[in-house]
Write a protein that binds this ligand. Structure first.
Ligand code: ADP
Ligand code: MG
Length: 377
């Protein structure tokens, strides 16, 4: 049995090695919705069909000009939730193997971030990455149990709004929008684990337990938003699954972390309003999104100083970014013609993240061929 277990682990490890590089970028274009403004020039987005770009390329037309981008993967509007999950299931596997993983959804409000990350957890077809990930984790745990592996799982869910952490599992008290004055101080220990003081961390044994936690978090989110008169999509949502495994025969230990992050909308100031609370929100979002990209670029260039402390989000995720951890960014894009400007901004941002892996200038990204990729790790 031990031999079989080792074989399985080796197989898993090889699968992980096949994942190229530590930063990957996937693009997902959502379908046109009935509420979108459907103009004469509705097809602003197209997908190149050449051998080289198939499944990886996306073209965006703006004012008669075509902008081409290439990513590790491009999902067309027809891609199902299952199609998307198939492409990330290896990352989920690697967290069980002791890796630290971050999966981000980046894009303007309405581009499909929450659909991609959470979807409808109650629907077998429409559930997103978070519920699917949990199912896979618990299924795999079951099969690894037979090989002597014992896993413990812990879940926490929080939001970062205006650089303030909100615990989504604390039974959020709506009458005390600032979490009753709790500080939620972030600390990192010597083993590379993040501890947030006062944050609720729940031991989970089955995916059904997690389903009820997801419902609780969704409720806290909406209560918090109403209470604080907050625009939807103005906060970062961070789902964290901590995995500790020990093999009772070999005494081998693994400690993996899986972070799934639904980022605040990336839209620029003019669209989201620019006075009072909205201005403060937008500045906080800009700060944390630009800190995130600064951190990714500094890590890719192997700079000595990585500015993790510049935002709550990057400081929280510090142990899970860089090193031999794995990062995947979804750039979510709306096909609505009125969103073309924002889509172009999102694609350019994502192209920079994608290119930083091998340190080539941005304008060359769309000419890159698949075999020119190098690992940063
Ligand atoms: P965001 O979180 O980026 O603001 P949402 O995930 O809420 O965007 O998506 C906006 C709307 O588009 C929602 O009504 C959502 O159900 C729908 N939507 C997004 N992506 C898809 C998709 N791939 N297929 C079908 N509907 C989608
Ligand atoms: Mg959303």
């Amino acid at each position: 049995k031990v031999v079989e277990g080792e074989k399985l682990r080796k197989k898993l490890h090889n699968t992980i090695l096949e994942l190229k590089g530590n930063i990957r970028v996937f693009c997902r274009v959502r379908p046109l919705l009935s509420e979108d403004c459907v103009g004469a020039e509705a097809n602003v987005i197209s997908f190149p069909t050449s051998m080289e770009a198939q499944g990886r390329g996306i073209d965006l037309a703006q004012n008669g000009q075509k902008h081409s981008f290439t990513f590790d993967k491009v999902f067309t509007p027809e891609a199902s939730q299952e199609d998307v999950f198939v492409e990330i299931s290896q990352l989920v596997q690697s967290a069980l193997d002791g890796y630290k993983v971050c999966i981000f959804a980046y894009g303007q409000t309405g581009s499909g971030k929450t659909h991609t990350m959470m979807g409808n957890p109650e629907s077998s077809e429409n559930k997103g990455l978070i519920p699917r990930t949990l199912e896979q984790v618990f299924e795999t745990r079951q099969s690894l149990q037979a090989q002597g592996w014992k896993y413990e799982m812990q879940v926490s869910m929080l939001e970062i709004y205006n650089e303030t952490i909100r615990d989504l599992l604390s039974g959020f008290d709506a009458s005390r929008p600032e979490n009753g004055g709790k500080q939620y101080t972030i600390k990192h220990d010597a083993n590379g684990h993040t501890h947030v003081s006062d944050l609720t961390v729940v031991d989970v044994q089955s995916s059904s337990k997690v389903a009820s936690l997801l419902r609780r978090a969704a409720q806290s989110r909406s209560v918090g938003k109403t209470q604080m008169n907050e625009n939807s999509s103005r906060s970062h949502f961070v789902f964290t699954l901590r995995i500790s495994g020990v093999n009772e025969s070999t005494e081998q230990q693994v400690q993996g972390v899986l972070n799934l992050i639904d980022l605040a909308g990336s839209e620029r100031l003019s669209k989201s309003g620019s006075t009072g609370d909205r201005l403060k929100e937008t500045q906080a979002i800009n700060k944390s999104l630009s800190s995130l990209s600064d951190v990714i670029f500094a890590l890719a260039k192997k700079e000595e100083h990585v500015p993790f402390r510049n935002s709550k989000l990057t400081y929280l995720l510090q142990p899970c970014l860089g090193g031999d951890s794995k990062t995947l960014m979804f750039v979510n894009v709306s096909p609505d013609p009125s969103s073309t400007g924002e889509s172009l901004c999102s694609l350019r941002f994502a192209a920079r993240v994608n290119a930083c892996e091998i340190g080539i200038p941005r304008r060359q990204t769309s000419m890159r061929s698949s075999d020119s990729r190098l690992s940063i790790g």
